[in-house]
Design a protein around this ligand. Structure first.
Ligand SMILES: Nc1nc2c(ncn2[C@@H]2O[C@H](COP(=O)(O)OP(=O)(O)OP(=O)(O)O)[C@@H](O)[C@H]2O)c(=O)[nH]1
Length: 644
């Protein structure tokens, strides 16, 4: 099942309406935690979170099982899958190819599964010894639907070669009894059954498949006569017609008959005369179904790469954070746990500076004026910024003038103030949930000066979108800097996302945006990420260019959901905010992506960004890896910042 990272939930691709969305995780739990924390920080949650953590751990183990066992998820009948697997693993099948290999002197050992190119080949069915085995191989090959009976042991069978490409697939001609497997063009899914006939002709079958329909294109010869000697194994349960492979005679000689030149012509004639007419679209479906699981399994193994999860201190902390947000342990992925661990590690520097001292302050007794002043100094040092610090301190002072705040509650209350501050922009002007809408063109314009991590962020977002089930495209519209397009391309490759670019010099970025939108529209892309120039000769140029891009977007894609994200480098602290103000003026910004939160003691800048720019933080980056960017959650951020 796809885990939608933008929505932070498992779910099918169709659930995309706002109404279906869960509340921003931070809101409810925060309130809950705050109430509970009047006594002790999150007591109920603390009591429960261990059982929650255990349940989540079991759930994650369960999630990891299917890919380990390579069980198909859907759309495939399990017998077919196991058939594929068996056929790969069975020594008998192996023997079959070896045996066939003996017959076909020239033929190379053809792998049964070429996983990388999504090719499945199964060869040399002839030698399959038992009925079960041949069935297994056959269903893997998807010949069943052709209704061709496959002979066992030494009895000829048709040579079928099927290929499925993006738009078409073919079952290639069987021209000779020899095993002659032609590798069909790359990017194809190829099923090839090359069954050497020991002197017995095979039918010729040719099938072509298109996106929406499949057909057996040519059947050159009708009716195959079947002799009693044939161990006809029905290949299909679904095919309405079954045809059995003709056998005229089985040579007694151990020398394969096909090897005798004299017989060759005669066999070819017989082959033509016995070609089978098959007319159905079923075969293709079965072929696809049969092949698909093998590919899915491979992709799972190669791409999903579910990280190991151990119940360590980081796991328990992550579990507590997720449980506090009302998350269901059955609905949590290993990646979420790992991301929270990374975030916490990333914010370690800021936290160590802040928390230890905070604890020192609040540990001295009820929060008083002197303690508040010390907290103020700490916040300023953590680059929270003057405005945000003023807001926090004022709120804190108001609280302590109303009631005496026991030291045990001080940090909990401070956390609540920080969360409120971070969520403030979403109260009035911005939506709290930020995600691409399904089945709609979403265009996200990415802005920010060079070096802040804009390209990296685009790649990470594309990766996140792809793994969350969105179709994604990147438009490389930063044409001002020569290397920018190349960098975007690299991230496009890394994330498996196509990049629309114009390699020409001094290309108009608006033209690239135009092309990218056209491409996105023709492909029904759901998320188009547009890289824009980070620096121009002056502020006026920058503003003009961004405005022009926006005009093109509005004109060319009036129905698209357009967002504009500013990428900011957390390590720049307050200095980054000055750049941000320029962009905030130039582009109608929807939010901020804060990068490089790892390895900086200036993580507090997130609060300054929100307070000074009035913009919500939408994503945070805490590392250079493709997985190191996730949607922002004020709750998780504050926990990672202040939970020692
Ligand atoms: N530690 C850390 N490094 C990051 C993060 N995001 C990006 N970087 C690094 O920052 C550097 C600049 O990133 P880019 O994505 O090239 O930045 P850019 O804004 O596109 O800048 P140009 O490439 O100059 O246009 C790279 O070395 C990235 O690996 C992050 O979250 N954490």
């Amino acid at each position: 099942m796809v885990f939608n990272w933008f929505r932070r939930q498992f779910g099918n691709k169709e659930e995309s309406t706002e109404e279906n969305l869960p509340q921003t995780p931070a809101v409810e739990p925060e309130e809950k935690v705050t109430e509970e924390s009047k006594e002790e920080e999150s007591t109920t949650v603390a009591d429960d979170y261990l059982s929650w953590a255990k349940a989540a751990y079991k759930n994650i183990q369960k999630q990891q099982q299917p890919s380990e066992e390579a069980t198909p998820e859907e759309g495939t009948e399990s017998p077919e899958v196991s058939a594929v697997q068996e056929s790969e693993a069975q020594p008998e099948t192996e023997e079959a190819s070896i045996a066939a290999g003996e017959i076909l002197v020239e033929s190379e050992a053809i792998p049964k599964t070429e996983t990388e190119s999504e090719v499945v080949e199964v060869t040399d069915v002839t030698e399959v010894v038992t009925e079960t085995e041949s069935e297994a191989v056959e269903s893997a090959i998807a010949t069943p639907a052709f209704g061709i009976a496959t002979p066992a042991l030494g009895i000829p069978s048709p040579e079928v070669e099927a290929s499925i490409t993006d738009t078409e697939s073919e079952v290639a001609e069987v021209t000779q009894p020899e095993i002659e497997v032609t590798e069909v063009e790359s990017e194809a899914v190829e099923s090839a059954i090359a069954t050497p006939a020991l002197g017995i002709p095979s039918p010729e079958v040719e099938t072509s498949i298109t996106d929406t329909e499949s057909e057996v294109a040519e059947v050159t010869q009708p009716d195959i006569e079947v002799t009693e000697e044939i161990l006809a194994v029905p290949l299909s349960t679904e095919a309405e017609t079954q045809t059995e492979v003709p056998v005229t005679e089985i040579p007694e000689s151990t020398v394969p008959i096909w090897a005798r030149k004299a017989d060759r012509e005669e066999r070819l004639k017989r082959l033509e005369a016995t070609a089978v007419e098959i007319s159905t679209t079923e075969p293709v479906k079965i072929a696809e179904q049969s092949v698909a699981p093998a590919i899915e399994i491979t992709e799972d193994e190669e791409e999903e790469d579910i990280p190991d999860v151990n119940i360590d201190e980081g796991f328990l902390w992550s579990a507590k954070v997720l449980a506090s947000q009302g998350r269901n342990p059955d609905d949590v992925s290993a990646e979420e746990i790992n991301w929270l661990k990374r975030l916490r590690e990333g914010l370690g520097k800021t936290r160590r500076g802040l928390v230890n001292q905070l604890k020192g302050i609040v540990g001295q007794g009820p929060l008083n004026k002197a303690a508040v002043m010390e907290i103020e100094a700490l916040l300023l040092q953590a680059d929270v910024g003057v405005e945000a610090t003023d807001y926090i301190i004022k709120t804190l002072e108001a609280k302590i003038s109303d009631e005496v705040l026991p030291s045990t509650q001080a940090i909990a209350y401070l956390k609540q103030i920080l969360r409120d501050l971070l969520d403030k922009p979403c109260e009035k002007y911005y939506t709290s949930n930020f995600f691409p809408e399904k089945n709609t063109l979403n265009i996200w314009l990415m802005t920010g000066v060079n070096g802040v991590g804009k390209t990296t962020t685009i790649g990470k977002l594309a990766h996140l979108a792809n793994k969350s089930g969105y179709s994604c495209l990147i438009g490389a519209a930063d044409t001002f800097r020569a290397a920018a397009v190349e960098q975007v391309r690299v991230w496009g490759e890394r994330s498996g996302t196509e990049v629309i670019a114009n390699p020409g010099k001094n290309t108009d970025p608006a033209a690239v945006v135009f092309d990218a939108i056209a491409a996105a529209q023709s492909r029904n892309t759901e998320l188009l990420l547009v890289d824009t120039a980070g620096r121009l000769q002056n502020k006026k140029n920058l503003m003009e260019e961004l405005a022009k891009i926006r005009r093109i977007v509005d004109k060319k894609a009036p129905n698209a959901k357009v967002e504009s994200l500013l990428v900011l480098d957390a390590t720049l602290g307050q200095n980054g905010l000055r750049q941000a103000e320029v962009f905030a003026e130039a582009a109608k910004l929807s939010g901020v992506v804060l990068t490089k939160l790892d390895g900086t003691a200036k993580g507090g800048v997130a609060l300054a960004v929100v307070q000074q720019l009035g913009l919500p933080i939408r994503f945070i980056g805490a590392g250079e890896g493709i997985e190191d960017l996730r949607p922002f959650s004020s709750y998780e951020f504050v926990e990672a910042l202040l939970s020692g």
